[in-house]
Ligand binder design. Sequence first.
Ligand SMILES: CCCCC/C=C\C/C=C\C/C=C\C/C=C\CCCC(=O)SCCNC(=O)CCNC(=O)[C@H](O)C(C)(C)COP(=O)(O)OP(=O)(O)OC[C@H]1O[C@@H](n2cnc3c(N)ncnc32)[C@H](O)[C@@H]1OP(=O)(O)O
Length: 190
Amino acid sequence: MTTPSVRRPGPASSRTTPPEGAAAPVATGPDPRHTTERMMDFQGCFGCGADAADGLRVAHRDVTGHEVRTEFTVREAHQGAPGLAHGGLLATAMDETLGSVAWHLGKRCVTGRLETDYLAPVPVGGVLHLRGWCTGVHGRKVYVEGEGRIGGPDGPVAIRAAGLFVEVPEEHFTRDRTAEARPAAAGAEG
Ligand SMILES: CCCCC/C=C\C/C=C\C/C=C\C/C=C\CCCC(=O)SCCNC(=O)CCNC(=O)[C@H](O)C(C)(C)COP(=O)(O)OP(=O)(O)OC[C@H]1O[C@@H](n2cnc3c(N)ncnc32)[C@H](O)[C@@H]1OP(=O)(O)O
């Protein structure tokens, strides 16, 4: 057990806390059946992709067991209030980190729920050091928590989060959803 560095309770709600009977995570590494070329070579991800011109470029640094470490360098384009990072983008960097925890457990998952606590502002020019780890697995559900520190990996905690990731079939990513995305009226035309 790590000692919480802030006086607030943990970030997880009942929906992001593993239920009774959840299994401990088993760090298998990414499942080769899921790591198709299409997925692995994809650089368009807003969170981490090199080809996402306006993306966050979250850098994946280290994986140890079921714990993942990443870094997010906050640039001017990420501001909410002047000089400070926008909270939604900090949540995105966290989503990226927690999602990759599930991936390294060999699970093909999407974010079902993401809860965030903001504890301190993150300044432009700073680096947010993120860490995510799995708290349990129950059926298709993978429970993950994380934190982001400023000024270094052991600096003060600026953001904490808890997420629920849900395993999906490959078809989730390959299905043609063009019709679903169209407005209902336009979709009704043959
Ligand atoms: C994710 C990208 C992967 C791409 C991989 C590419 C390269 C790989 C390399 C590295 C990977 C690195 C990092 C990963 C990166 C990024 C992370 C970003 C991830 C995202 O940015 S991803 C986009 C946003 N995300 C969505 O776009 C999801 C939209 N959504 C749905 O697609 C459905 O909603 C779905 C599938 C979630 C569930 O739908 P479904 O029909 O399959 O299943 P169902 O509803 O039955 O839920 C099953 C059980 O989950 C419980 N459950 C579900 N949702 C819950 C909630 N909100 N709260 C509490 N419990 C919930 C139910 O209660 C039930 O629980 P129970 O089994 O106990 O009944």
